[in-house]
Design a protein around this ligand. Structure first.
Ligand code: CA
Length: 243
């Protein structure tokens, strides 16, 4: 069956974001569409890579949910091509357990991923984070970051939780700032390594893990502080205590 284009003419600005669902399995695509529409988003559907690229090229999608296993063009290649002309968030929806493929998709410009089977609330949370980040990026980087009771004054080089200073060295301060700029959003090992070691060399995984555990120890002292969640083999997210 051909991809459906529900409401292909997007309504005027100010309405809900439009989500492009790229999935070749008819049943999965319908279930996803129903869930996403149920949350108040507009939905467009594509059942193969070519349609997906056409629809994204039309500039109507605010977010893409991308299945990696597509019949015509590999999802990875679809992701790469989309990134040539759009910065809209791409969330990979994958049935694959292969971390290598997921990491490759992230390296090609995907923003996040969910693995099947997933719950609708999890998917919604990831979509919200990705959209919030996309809008915030346009506004530039803040010098003052707040996540719940955590407050980072980047210029003053100061991080506090409920006005109590965190004892962080330069590297952990940088790590916290990096994670806190995009709360809830996945930050890959590669991105962390690049930011913390100045892009000159790739830090090894144990060095990143050491920094994360030092940061966790400091945050763990404070009630209500955000916590650093691990996405095994991929990276980390900073998550506010209240979700
Ligand atoms: Ca598929």
């Amino acid at each position: 069956m051909d991809g459906l284009r529900l409401s292909a003419n997007r309504p005027s600005a100010g309405t809900s974001p439009y989500v492009l669902i790229v999935e070749d399995d008819d049943i999965t695509r319908r279930v996803l569409s129903t869930a996403v529409m149920g949350y108040g988003y507009g939905v467009m559907q594509a059942s193969n890579g070519r349609e997906a690229l056409d629809l994204v090229g039309g500039g109507q999608a605010d977010l893409v949910l991308l299945d990696l296993g597509l019949p015509d063009i590999d999802g990875m290649e679809v992701c790469r091509q989309m990134r040539l002309f759009t910065r809209c968030p791409i969330i990979v929806v994958s049935g694959e357990s292969s971390e290598t493929r997921l990491i490759e998709a992230l390296d090609l410009g995907a923003d996040d991923f969910v693995t099947k089977p997933f719950s609708a609330p999890t998917l919604l949370a990831r979509m919200r984070v990705a959209l919030r980040h996309a809008f915030a990026t346009a506004a530039g980087e803040d010098d003052l970051i707040e996540v719940g009771p955590l407050r980072i004054d980047v210029g003053a080089y100061e991080a506090t939780v409920s006005h109590q200073p965190l004892g962080l060295n330069a590297r952990e301060f940088k790590l916290l700032t990096l994670l806190a700029r995009t709360p809830g959003r996945l930050v890959t090992y590669k991105a962390i390594s690049y930011q913390l070691w100045g892009g000159r060399k790739q830090a090894d995984l144990p060095a990143v893990r050491t920094s994360v555990s030092l940061l966790r120890r400091e945050l763990g002292v404070f009630d209500g502080a955000p916590s650093v969640l691990t996405e095994p083999h991929v990276g980390y997210r900073l998550v506010a205590a209240d979700g």
